[in-house]
Write a protein that binds this ligand. Sequence first.
Ligand code: HT9
Ligand code: FE2
Length: 342
Amino acid sequence: MEYDAILLVSFGGPEGPEDVIPFLENVTRGRGVPAERLAEVAEHYRHFGGVSPINAQCRALLAALADELPRAGIDLPLYWGNRNWAPYLTETVAQMRDDGVRRAIAFVTSAYGSYSACGQYLEDIARARAAAGPDAPRIDKLRHFHDHPGFIEPHADAVRAALATLPDRDPARTRLVFTAHSIPTSMDATSGPDGGRYSAQVHEAARLVAAAAAPELSWDVVWQSRSGPPQVPWLEPDVNDHLEALAADGVRNVVVSPVGFISDHLEVVWDLDNEAAETARKLGLNFARAATPGTDPRFIGMIRDLVLERLDPTAQRQALGCVPTWDVCPRGCCPAPRRAAS
Ligand SMILES: CC1=C(CCC(=O)O)c2cc3nc(cc4[nH]c(cc5[nH]c(cc1n2)c(C)c5CCC(=O)O)c(CCC(=O)O)c4C)C(CCC(=O)O)=C3C
Ligand SMILES: [Fe+2]
């Protein structure tokens, strides 16, 4: 086998109250996020004792992969490194070098393109390799998986399960609402080689989940967790504003599916389970939040299949949608947005 390790690359998150501020400084260095927004987000983490749910989710993913990959004949050591918190990618890549790893496959915990979800992770990998010096392993990132059946099917089952909890699902008054992390519109405009790849992939995933879960229902794509200075345009509408518009339109029941996420990150457990749920309650809407894939066996199987297809150039690339996909992003595909000096 050409590869001798598998690397999980993720965002990272605080593991206790004293980590919250330094973590947020790592995330937002040079990004012009206003102090008020940071104070707000610090407060969100404090509701969970300063512990981000993302670390436990990465550990669970690693445990599931350690179980699944050898069964498919992939007997490679697993490593884990984050962009913004320990274990830091830079330290992990140095460890891989010390362990004699020559070439690794990286799975990044985002399904999508864009600078935040793809390009920045490629930069993180490049920076960690540069820091590790000439003996750094070569690291190949797996492809986007927004329309892979192992991603779509768990989301679709979760939408079905959420619908089943609603007191009423009359199609005339029931709506599916798909959410993903908002990004600046300028970042979406430069996502992928032709632009707009992030929003196109999110729409595609939403379309596929809706068709599989509840073809009789109308659905919308909305955005959540907007950051940045207020004068910079981000993708809209915001999920909370959209719930208001739906209520005004006579909708009574909503299922919110966080199709932009692979697991229940802070944005899901706070921004949806608290903020959006509260908005819905005030509006008198019946609200159910659909689960994310997490460690669903189909999602773990998808990661296994992405590894296997990378080992075999002739293997079929599973994809349910029609937004084109590729193994390796073209160079400079999701560039860093130009930002005002901060
Ligand atoms: C597209 C996207 C994803 C999905 C793809 C992926 O998964 O990577 C994502 C994921 C995540 N974002 C996360 C946390 C944060 N994101 C922030 C800020 C920002 N996110 C952005 C975009 C995205 N973010 C952007 C354009 C900014 C503005 C600053 C900048 O231009 O970079 C801030 C700063 C405070 C704030 O303003 O919110 C925090 C704390 C966590 C960890 C959650 C946990 O702990 O469970 C995760 C998984
Ligand atoms: Fe983020």
